[in-house]
Design a protein around this ligand. Structure first.
Ligand code: DGL
Length: 275
């Protein structure tokens, strides 16, 4: 599983809750966070470099625990790893879109996400076939910065939430997709600003169900008598600061955090694309 930073830990938490026997290898690309404002080719390159590393480490499944990366690279990832190497790939956009379509009562769904995710129209595409649904999208880049700093409460967060959420609030949505894996870390202030009649939808629980479904379908679930899983966490940036936040957001399963040995870089040295 990977994300641009700590946000994917919200997905990791749900996966470990639903599949406590599975063993997790998580990479946080903290050296290159945030992905949201980067051009799609850069996100694609970073994500493929990390997924190559995960596959080389012997994982049996890939989880793209980042909306921006899911929007940028899902198609290529399925062709490169699933069709190419038999490694299933699970992402976070369709699970959240499905959940939102199920819970909306007035058909007006809000989406808050990074600029990259909003510009990709990935959620519009995921909801296009659902009759009677309109999507109102808003990029909220400052939420990522706050979450990566571990600032999830306090006056700054509330002021940012009031300002960033004003357009989706004005659109009279009854359901709000937190279309960035960092945003559930700010669910309290987001819900407070949107009001209790607005249902917040995150991708974590639904993505974890997809992980179970894919593993079961491919007969890849870990044997019940397998040794106790030993999770591993790697950060491309400073492992110590990642470790502090990871313990806070994921919990005691985070042991030692290692520095990732490889170095994904945002720009290719030549015009060659890694795919
Ligand atoms: N985790 C990313 C996502 O879900 C947001 C953070 C970033 O911009 O890198 O889109």
């Amino acid at each position: 599983m990977f994300d641009s930073g700590v946000g994917g830990l919200t997905v990791a938490r749900a996966v470990l809750d639903q599949l406590p026997g599975e063993q997790l290898l998580y990479i946080g690309d903290t050296a290159n966070t945030p992905y949201g404002p980067r051009p799609v080719q850069e996100v694609r390159r970073l994500a493929l470099t990390i997924m190559d590393e995960l596959v080389d480490s012997g994982v049996k499944m890939l989880v793209i625990a980042c909306n921006t990366a899911s929007a940028a690279v899902l198609h290529d990832a399925r062709s490169r790893y699933t069709r190419g190497k038999g490694v299933p790939v699970v992402e976070v956009i369709h699970p959240a879109a499905r959940a939102a379509a199920r819970v909306t009562r007035n058909g007006r769904i809000g989406l808050i996400a990074t600029q990259g995710t909003v510009d990709s129209n990935a959620y519009d595409d995921a909801l296009a076939a659902v009759p009677g649904v309109s999507l109102f999208s808003q990029a909220c880049p400052r939420f990522v910065e706050l979450a990566e700093r571990g600032v999830t409460t306090g006056p700054d967060v509330l002021a940012t939430a009031e300002e960033s959420l004003a357009p989706v609030k004005a659109a009279d949505v009854d359901t709000l997709i937190l279309g960035c894996t960092h945003y559930p870390l700010l669910a309290g202030p987001i819900s407070y600003v949107m009001g209790e009649d607005v249902t917040l939808v995150t991708s974590s629980q639904e993505t974890a169900k997809d992980v179970y479904r894919e593993l079961a379908r491919a007969d890849l679930l870990r044997a019940p008598d397998a040794p106790t899983p030993r999770h591993e966490f790697r950060a491309t940036g400073d492992p110590d600061s990642f470790s502090v936040l990871a313990r806070r957001f994921l919990g005691p399963e985070v042991g030692r955090v290692n520095h990732a040995e490889f170095a994904p870089t945002p720009r290719p040295a030549s015009n060659e694309d890694p795919a």
